[in-house]
Ligand binder design. Structure first.
Ligand code: F6R
Ligand code: MN
Length: 190
């Protein structure tokens, strides 16, 4: 029997994934304008701007029971109006499935929301480990000047439910006030 080389490389400093079964996707402003509160700023921004990227190692097809996915989210620094760049956010389609997030670099906030709309905000930075329980929606917000890089591991049959977030949003937003990240209430657009 021979000793095999790793099929996939994972850079512990940058979260970069390379090799077999790795794919990367970009989320551009044009696809997510509606998540930001300042509609005018969102509509007038360049739709080609990449707000965040997700690298993912998927050894098994999406939906496989008992499998795991491993990913790196890179939320770029930037703002739409006074609101920091963030991910769309989602519940898992299989609501009971949990996920680990861990901070690799940069600084930001992880917003969590229960199904009855209760929200909490958690600092996300290098070395932070967050267990996101089932039935909890999650969104990453980059409040720093550099990329916010966050690793994740979740079940391959968790799926994503973006619809509920698109309809009712998170009840808390992260905006810049006096140069500092500040939580304000309100899911609605201006
Ligand atoms: C997977 C997961 C992350 C996010 C990524 C992008 O369950 O939570 O890999 O998918 O951070 O965020 P969304 O999916 O909300 O656009
Ligand atoms: Mn998730």
């Amino acid at each position: 029997m021979e000793i095999l080389a790793p099929e996939t490389a994972y850079d512990l400093c940058t979260g970069r994934l390379d090799g077999e079964n790795v794919s990367y996707g970009k989320k551009r402003l044009a696809e997510i304008r509606s998540i930001f509160r300042d509609r005018h700023a969102a509509d007038s921004g360049d739709g080609d701007t990449v707000v965040y990227e997700v690298g993912m190692h998927a050894e098994v097809p999406e939906g496989t029971c008992g499998g795991l996915f491993f990913g790196t989210s890179i939320i770029h620094p930037g703002m739409v109006g006074d609101e920091y760049y963030m991910t769309k956010g989602h519940f898992h389609a299989r609501r009971e499935t949990a996920e680990y997030y861990f901070g690799i670099s940069g600084s930001g906030i992880l917003l969590l929301m229960s199904e009855d709309g209760k929200c909490s905000a958690h600092r996300m930075e290098k070395g932070a480990l967050c267990y996101i329980g089932g039935h909890i929606a999650h969104r990453l917000v980059n409040t720093g000047d550099d990329d916010l890089v966050v690793g994740a591991c979740w079940l391959s049959d968790a799926g994503h439910d973006y619809g509920s977030i698109a309809e009712s949003g998170f009840p808390v937003r992260v905006v810049c006030r006096d140069g500092k990240p500040t939580l304000i209430p309100g899911a609605d657009a201006l």
